[in-house]
Design a binder for this molecule. Structure first.
Ligand code: BDR
Ligand code: CA
Length: 319
């Protein structure tokens, strides 16, 4: 009996996307990773796709990588090289990949992969970047929704933002795509800033990892150090590893506090562009909301479990 979840990760690596993938790769007993699809976000599609190809092999994963959306549905590209570096991974260099790109059309690739799942099986989508590919998938091939068990995404916030005072990067980048996904009717877990801001790796631990001989520990440590030396975390004791909260929630839901709420996305061009508006008024809706919003997290447990996973992956691949 297969107890593992089928997972497709869709992301824009990205330092925290890279660490998230390490967490997933460290847990083959829980996750059956089927593919990685890329999306423009933290860096251009060329750079994040190259990073994804390298990361997959670096972590010992034998899965296809497909290149996704080049630009958001309506908005202009705004990358985050100040946070993630010019190569998107804190300028840490991962060895070149051997396996060629599986497809340069992630939407078609996703459709075919989901359609061809063994009968009766479903997939959990884990988006850790803007939701452009997933929205296009649902628009072009709406029938795939029947084979999607759940979407566990990093994005949004019940309170606050990071690009603007109310906009979180992944949603702000492509609000129209996010609106399509939140309106899909599928079960969604929104790992937003309320929880992800609390989930990170501290300076001492990043330094320890960076000083290790193992190549994965070292790369993760150096990437997190890049975050910590950059503009977002220079005055903070730890760097948030936002995207890893998706897999951590699937592995350890007990370390998070959650609440089901209807979530809608502000698609205006005004000051609240990309805001995920979470309706806390229980009396305002009759049907149970389909979105579970993460509201709080146990920071210590998060770091402990994440760092253990990075060491474990390194140990396993060194054998
Ligand atoms: C999100 O934006 C990106 O910079 C990170 O990779 C993460 O997905 C955090 O707001
Ligand atoms: Ca990301």
């Amino acid at each position: 009996m297969e107890n593992r979840r089928n997972i497709i990760m869709d992301g824009d690596p990205g330092i925290d996307d890279a660490v998230a993938l390490a967490l997933a790769a460290a847990h083959p007993e829980a996750f059956k990773l089927l593919a990685f699809t890329t999306v423009t976000g933290n860096q251009t599609i060329e750079k994040v796709t190259e990073n994804a190809r390298r990361l997959v092999e670096f972590y010992g994963l034998d899965i296809p990588v497909a290149k996704g959306s080049v630009i958001p549905i309506l908005r202009k590209i705004e990358t985050a090289s100040d946070i993630h570096g010019s190569n998107g991974m804190g300028n840490v260099v991962i060895p070149e990949a051997v396996r060629p790109l599986a497809s340069d059309n992630a939407v078609l690739f996703l459709y075919e992969m989901i359609r061809d799942l063994p009968e009766g099986e479903k997939v959990t989508l884990v988006p850790t970047g803007p939701l452009t590919n997933i929205a296009l998938l649902f628009r072009v091939f709406p029938e795939v929704k029947e084979r999607v068990e759940e979407i566990v995404l990093m994005g949004g916030a019940a309170f606050g933002g990071n690009v603007t005072s109310t906009g979180e990067f992944n949603i702000y980048e492509d609000p129209e795509a996010a609106a399509i996904v939140f309106e899909s009717g599928l079960p969604i877990v929104m790992c937003g800033l309320d929880a992800t801001n609390l989930c990170g790796i501290d300076r001492e631990t990043a330094g320890r990892l960076a000083g290790e001989k193992g190549s994965i520990c070292k790369a993760v440590g150096e990437m997190v150090q890049f975050y910590l030396n950059g503009p977002a975390y220079s005055d903070k004791p730890y760097a948030s590893i936002h995207d890893a909260v998706t897999y951590m929630y699937l592995l350890h839901p007990e370390i998070f506090q959650t609440r089901k709420m209807p979530v809608s996305v502000d698609c205006s061009e005004g000051m609240n562009r990309g805001m995920t508006v979470c309706d806390t008024r229980k009396w305002s809706y009759q049907e149970e909301p389909t979105t579970t919003v993460l509201l709080d997290a146990d920071s210590e447990k998060f770091q402990e479990y994440l760092v253990d996973a990075v060491y474990e992956l390194d140990r396993r691949l060194a054998k």
